[in-house]
Design a protein around this ligand. Structure first.
Ligand code: HEC
Ligand code: HEC
Length: 333
């Protein structure tokens, strides 16, 4: 055979040398396909036996975009989720911090926590396209690369970086599905209590934000709806009963789209009992599992209050003392 091993080796060497010449230079290992995005994965759900995960791709161009961005995840176990990163969280990722977000729930209610490592994103957006994976875990190439000390720390150990405290964003459950028609997403109104200031934000999705809200038709004198969608007011003793409110939301597109919704608003003389199980389902189950099998069964109101104040993952949750007590009661074995 004329094609000797020696010859094959020298051809391979030539190809290698060429890649290095047109690449970044000596000491680098330019990847054949440059990255334009980082692929990050979710944790498995905490409340399912089916321990699947999902991934999303975060384009590097989103890191400095200055706006909230939604991402629809890969499909695993027959479904996908949406996560949202706020402008502040995207900036913190680029600075090397960790960001934790919770996805939209799937049809069975389970959601995923995403622990996104800024150190991984710094490496992939700054270093990978010259070095492939060769320099992962190395803090820096020289004093200017990467520019920030927090990025240098993050390159060495992405999982141990501080958690971002940037305001989070609410993921849009319709993102990345079909054309997004303007829809009111508030399912129902919470009841008001005589003599107690009542306030609730209405929400919509789709169309073009910002939205402008208004009440069409009758509404009781004590109640107002701001253009931003906040219902507020304090009912008096003569205001008890059920009202039907018809609201309209208009988007900023030209021509504008509108959506209307009718809601029942109840006004009672005394506060109704708080549904701790429902609060648990909407505020806690996504991370700690369904109520029946919750890993937090038996936790007291004091322990929950302290966790809310000290556990970074729980810092976004705002509950009144009475609501925390109701959750603790629901968790009582
Ligand atoms: C534009 C291409 C380019 C980028 C971007 C780049 N490097 Fe380099 N890097 C090089 C070149 C070329 C060398 C070898 C020449 C030298 O050492 O001066 C090198 C050398 C190094 C070295 C020292 C040599 C060694 O083998 O230990 C380390 C460590 C390193 N880079 C890490 C990084 C890290 C971490 C990043 C991202 C923050 C990064 N580099 C970004 C081109 C790049
Ligand atoms: C975004 C995820 C997340 C959400 C939502 C969440 N937690 Fe936590 N929680 C954590 C993490 C992470 C810890 C720390 C690790 C641990 O103890 O499980 C924690 C710790 C706790 C602790 C303290 C540790 C212990 O076992 O005594 C309590 C109590 C607790 N959570 C209760 C709740 C309750 C009640 C809710 C709903 C109001 C809630 N959590 C919502 C993530 C979350």
């Amino acid at each position: 055979m004329k094609f000797s091993l020696k010859r094959m080796v020298s051809v391979a060497f030539l190809a290698f040398a060429l890649v290095n010449l047109v690449g970044c230079g000596e000491g680098t290992n330019t990847p054949s396909t440059p990255l334009t995005a980082s692929t990050v994965s979710s944790n498995p759900p905490t409340n399912l036996v089916d321990s699947h995960t999902h991934s999303v791709s975060i384009p590097f161009s989103d890191l400095g975009g200055g706006k909230t961005v939604n991402y629809r995840s890969s499909v695993t176990s027959g479904h996908s989720h949406v996560i949202a990163l706020s402008a502040g969280q995207l900036a913190d990722l680029y600075n090397g911090l960790r960001v934790q977000v919770v996805s939209t729930p799937a049809a069975d209610g389970h959601a995923h926590l995403w622990n996104i490592l800024g150190g991984q994103i710094v490496y992939e957006s700054i270093c990978y396209n010259c070095h492939s994976n060769d320099k992962r875990g190395v803090s820096q190439m020289n004093s200017s690369q990467p520019p920030l000390q927090s990025q240098k720390n993050a390159l060495q150990s992405p999982p141990t970086q501080p958690l971002s405290s940037a305001v989070s964003a609410t993921p849009d459950p319709n993102f990345g599905t079909t054309a997004q028609t303007l829809t009111i997403t508030t399912p129902s109104l919470t009841g008001a209590v005589v003599g107690t200031f009542h306030s609730q934000s209405l929400s919509a999705t789709g169309g073009t934000s910002p939205y402008v809200w208004s009440i069409t038709g009758y509404h009781p004198a004590w109640l107002a709806l701001s253009a931003g969608g906040v219902i507020s007011g304090t009912p008096t003793a003569t205001d008890t009963g059920n009202y039907t409110l018809t609201v309209k939301v208009t988007d900023s597109a030209t021509p504008a789209a509108t959506a209307s919704g009718s809601f029942t608003l109840g006004v009672t003389a005394v506060a109704p009992a708080i549904d701790g199980a429902a609060l648990y389902a909407s505020y806690c189950a996504g991370c700690h599992g369904a109520l029946a099998g919750s890993r937090k069964r038996g936790k007291s109101a004091a322990q929950i209050t302290s966790a809310l104040a000290t556990v970074p993952d729980m810092s976004g949750i705002s509950l009144t003392a009475a609501q925390i007590q109701a959750v603790a009661t629901a968790l009582y074995p």
